[in-house]
Design a protein around this ligand. Structure first.
Ligand SMILES: Nc1ncnc2c1ncn2[C@@H]1O[C@H](COP(=O)(O)OP(=O)(O)OP(=O)(O)O)[C@@H](O)[C@H]1O
Length: 633
């Protein structure tokens, strides 16, 4: 087949699925097709300007970059034309027949079939060019990549139903022209007034002019009714304008353009820095986590400009990994126009900008947390877990990052994470020196942990940590405002700190009085626990397990074991509560075999109560049944 012949190709399966879904679920939002196409046209012009820095021949004598929108009421069409970089035949096949986004199949798997919910998800996913098919029954793309010959242009055409055709055409002008043959009931868009309003509404921030034909009345000039293209937007890069000239709506639309997110951002920060470094940044916090937030290879980073020339997307050097959710642009006057990713990695200015932007984001979040708790709670629910990577990655800012953390605690009555470390410290008891916490699989398991009994009784707040990253985060954080963290399932309770002299003395007496009982239990459980002692922790339960101060706690051990890792032995201590009737009467048991069974059952219960797997479940059941049977005799 020669290259000029028409060829028909099929969309990749996921495109078909997505197109079908999008057309149905985004129908109520159909006007956004124009924003998506103008956004692509503007990106194409940015890319051309960048490539032309090292090869000005690409301009082919035309460096006035612009988007032209036109319409034909009779034919019921709208066209969007740009003189940007254009596409080669391969580009067209690769970009307009597939979706090269990571996470597409996970995304499709998450769809519920409920249109309202799905449209939210699709909005997050960003469907760009394919949005054309919401209003068009037939879409024609004619394009020529800058630098290629006129006869290497391509026409792509599709009705959005699984196939597209492709043929080579002659096209003198470089760039891309998209013709939408509107569906019969979408003719409202082939209208000057409607299009003008849409451009003002969604694309005013675009930095190149967007032209639209304006009707000229018949008595004008040479007496004919003509249409003269007129720029509808003010065509100035948004971030170069004074803040006072930018409305919230402008900021929000610009966010959608740079982030490809369809939802509104939660917050933004726009700053011009002059002096040793000279740059402008506009950073956004999205309102929803992207699907690929946990994919380490997912695209992240800022859109980089130098002196207003677009350089690259996803410049990841300017923010740490734990702030990978931040979107936006950086326009630097210090970096050279032919800067590459490799150069960025070595540039000292980049490090300084990175520190400044990191601080900027942390300040933005701190301000949000102070001023608008509800908004901050939304942020925390979406991105809190990522922010918890901060203390390990960014030691210098660890205190500042930690002040942004929110946890559930015994003070609250729900699993919502609302307690900050500063709140916690403000509520600490007079002599309390440490920040107490417990970790576990979920809120219910930790909130009902027997280890909390002492703390609940004495009204000492304990943070309830249930995210996998918590244990690791605390190990890097180590302290906050000079208070160390203490896992309540580790080591002996520090009664000096937590209770008065009287209670401490009572605990010592209790331990002394039960010395022989403790020794009997220790003998019965020899080889199973390292130590047995009288507890200060429990008020209601008969027993609990405690690990050594420097050992891994049980939830971490379980997590590592589940991941197939080798878990080092921990010192495990069984703490018994002689005030519990079961323990109190146990010592009266003369039958050593029965005492032994009782000790094992109590040990098993302590494992179960903390959410652990029993080490010997069959033995536990047999012993318990034997005791129950004795009881029934
Ligand atoms: N007007 C255009 N000129 C040149 N290339 C274009 C044009 N429109 C689209 N493309 C190419 O097609 C690709 C796919 O476009 P599409 O709008 O589907 O996705 P996107 O812009 O990458 O992201 P999003 O879907 O979030 O908008 C673009 O990345 C670009 O390479």
């Amino acid at each position: 087949m020669t290259a000029t012949q028409k060829e028909t190709m099929g969309f990749k399966t996921e495109v078909k699925q997505l197109l079908h879904l999008m057309i149905h679920s985004l129908y109520s939002n159909k006007e956004i097709f124009l924003r998506e196409l103008v956004s692509n046209a503007s990106d194409a012009c940015d890319k051309l300007r960048f490539e032309a820095v090292s090869n000005s021949a690409l301009y082919e004598g035309d460096s006035e970059l612009a988007v032209h929108i036109d319409f034909d009421k009779e034919k019921n069409t709208v066209t969007i034309q740009d003189n940007g970089i254009g596409m080669s035949r391969d580009d067209v096949v690769n970009h307009l027949g597939t979706i090269a986004k990571s996470g597409t199949s996970e995304f499709l798997g998450k769809l519920s079939g409920d249109e309202k919910k799905d449209s939210q998800l699709i909005g997050q996913f960003g469907v760009g060019f394919y949005a054309s098919f919401i209003v068009a029954k037939d879409v024609v793309v004619e394009t020529r990549r800058a630098g290629l010959a006129a006869n290497e242009a391509v026409r792509w055409q599709s009705q959005g139903e699984g196939e597209f055709s492709l043929e080579n055409i002659e096209q003198a002008e470089r760039g891309t022209k998209i013709t939408l043959h509107l569906k019969d009931d979408e003719s409202e868009f082939a209208d000057s007034f409607r299009l003008r309003n849409l451009i003002k509404k969604y694309s005013d921030h675009i930095a190149i002019p967007i032209f639209l034909p304006q009707e000229v009345s018949s008595d004008d000039a040479d007496g004919e009714n003509k249409q003269i293209p007129e720029a509808v937007n003010d065509a100035q890069a948004l971030w170069t304008k004074p803040k006072s000239d930018i409305s919230d709506e402008d900021y929000k639309e610009f966010y959608k353009h740079v982030s490809h997110d369809w939802q509104e951002p939660l917050a933004w920060s726009h700053n011009k820095v002059e002096g040793k470094l000279d740059y402008t940044s506009l950073l956004y916090i999205p309102s929803q986590a992207p699907m690929d937030l946990w994919n380490r290879d997912a695209a992240r980073g800022l859109k980089l400009y130098t002196q207003r020339v677009y350089i690259m997307d996803e410049a990841e050097q300017f923010l740490p990994l734990y702030l990978r959710f931040v979107k936006g642009i950086l326009d630097s006057n210090d970096l050279s126009l032919n800067v590459s990713r490799e150069i960025l990695q070595q540039d000292k200015n980049v490090d300084s900008i990175r520190s400044a932007l990191t601080k900027r984001v942390l300040d933005m979040l701190t301000k949000m947390a102070k001023k608008d708790e509800e908004k901050y709670a939304k942020f925390w629910a979406q991105f809190g877990e990522v922010l918890k990577e901060g203390p390990a990655e960014d030691f210098a800012n660890k205190e500042k990052i930690a002040s942004l953390f929110r946890f559930a605690s015994t003070q609250g009555n729900s699993d919502s994470a609302t307690v900050s470390l500063t709140d916690y410290i403000s509520r600490m008891k007079e002599n309390q020196k440490k920040i107490y916490y417990v970790t576990g699989e979920n809120y219910n398991a930790v909130f009902n942990s027997p280890h909390l009994e002492f703390f609940k009784k004495n009204n000492i707040e304990v943070l309830l940590l249930t995210q996998r990253v918590d244990e690791w985060m605390i190990s890097h954080l180590a302290n906050f405002e000079e208070k160390t963290f203490q896992d309540i399932t580790k080591g002996e309770l520090d009664l000096d700190e937590l209770t008065g002299e009287e209670e401490k003395a009572a605990a010592e007496t209790l331990a002394e009085d039960n010395k022989s009982l403790v020794e009997r239990i220790a003998t019965a459980l020899k080889g199973e626990v390292s130590k047995v002692r009288v507890t200060a922790r429990l008020t209601e339960s008969p027993a609990c397990l405690v690990v050594g101060q420097n050992d891994m706690n049980d939830s971490l051990r379980q997590m590592l074991a589940a991941a197939g890792q080798e878990v080092p032995e921990a010192e495990s201590t069984l703490e018994v509560n002689p005030n519990h009737p079961l323990i109190a009467t146990m010592d009266k048991e003369q039958d050593e075999e029965r005492f032994n069974d009782l000790a094992h059952v109590i040990y098993g219960q302590a494992q179960l109560a903390q959410g652990s797997q029993l080490q010997k479940p069959a033995e536990y059941v047999a012993k318990l049944n034997k005791l129950l049977h004795d009881l029934m005799k």
